[in-house]
Ligand binder design. Sequence first.
Ligand code: ASP
Ligand code: MG
Length: 457
Amino acid sequence: MIVMKFGGTSVQDAAAIDRAAAIVRGRLPQKPVVVVSAMFKVTDTLLAMGRAAGDGDRDGALDLSRSLRERHYNTASELLGTSIFTGFHSELEADCDALDELLRGISAVGEITPRTSDLVVSFGERLSSKIVNATLQARGMDAAHVDARDILLTDNTHTRAVPQFEETYERFQTQVQPLVEQGRVPVMGGFIGATREGITTTIGRGGSDFSAAIAGAGLNASKIEIWTDVDGMMTTDPNLVREARRIKVISFEEAAELAYFGAKVLHPATVLPAIQRNIPVYVLNSKNPICAGTCVQAKAPPCRNVFKAIAVKKKINLVDVAAARSLSTQGFLRSIFDTFDRHNLAVDAVSISGVSVSLTVDSSDAIPALAADLGKLADVKYEGKKALVCLVGENIRDTPGIIAKVFGSLGNIKVRMVSQGASEINLTFVVEEDDMLDAVQRLHKEFFSDLDPAVFA
Ligand code: ASP
Ligand code: MG
């Protein structure tokens, strides 16, 4: 059994849903369970109409709702053809009418609570999952729509509800597994769940990947496929380095490091339930389904290259702090981090030597005020227009001399700060923003020219 999750762009219109249906058909022998996001941008629109209703703008909310209704009707009729759509139409209509009624109620009260907001946004996944289900049926597959709210049990922390894993897994076993055993294809919405009392919840933006991982863990799936609109993870941004290559397999920890640097393909934390059960998670492209994508798994296989990828982050500020008075190092560091916290600035990388510390933060208007505050404790210097370059790979751990090799390949590019995370699988340093492109190209040439074919495409 496998779990196939289709994200918003993979169900964005009739053509996309048609492609998704063909992909599911190709996987029938593997017994798929399908999890879908709302159609592209629908969650944003639902949130906007909920807010409009909460502000008492009833007509504005209903206008948005009308366009959403039309988009879903048109998509369904295009996919299903007139005769099947006629039968299915009333189902969509009932949901869209219920949404309108809800919006009228919210605007009458003039207030939207997180609980009501969750109910409003739930319509995105409820509608998309019904359309995908009907499409699979129309294409001759024995699909079975499952209301995610009957399966995904959560607490009542609305808008970021916490799944209750054990009971949810049990429900997957007793309510979804039997459908698969009957040869059917269960189809459910991601992102939504319900409390024990049956109150609709959502598990956080982008939560459909999380739902898919929970489904995979609950069903003991052999793999989870996350269908999106890119070929997978790359050795670096192809816009920076034309020779960038696809990573075929990466460890969970490596993927997590990269995600931190803005590789938005997949937020590994959301697939942790699957990784913990040793279930591999594949990132695949629904517009290019023959591409094998990237497999994220608990442990990476042996690789003869040291690094898996180079990530970069521009618009970085470097802040150097040197203790003016003799403070205890511990107290000094604590007050520095407290100060960053107070100014709401998240630190990316840190390098410490004795009583002087270098830190990087995203560029922000708050930095002069931060520096003024830090100035009460220490000597402070800050500079903008920097870039972070981060090399990621499990083999960093076991490769002595790698730092020297990295800096050797950078030639005369000036490196400002070096930091090696406690995980020992990233090597991060700061360069001038103007040197970033040159640095990435040199590193890619040095470390990604001769690639292990088992790991890179
Ligand atoms: N539709 C939800 C969102 O846009 C969940 C998801 O797509 O993963 O946040
Ligand atoms: Mg998504």
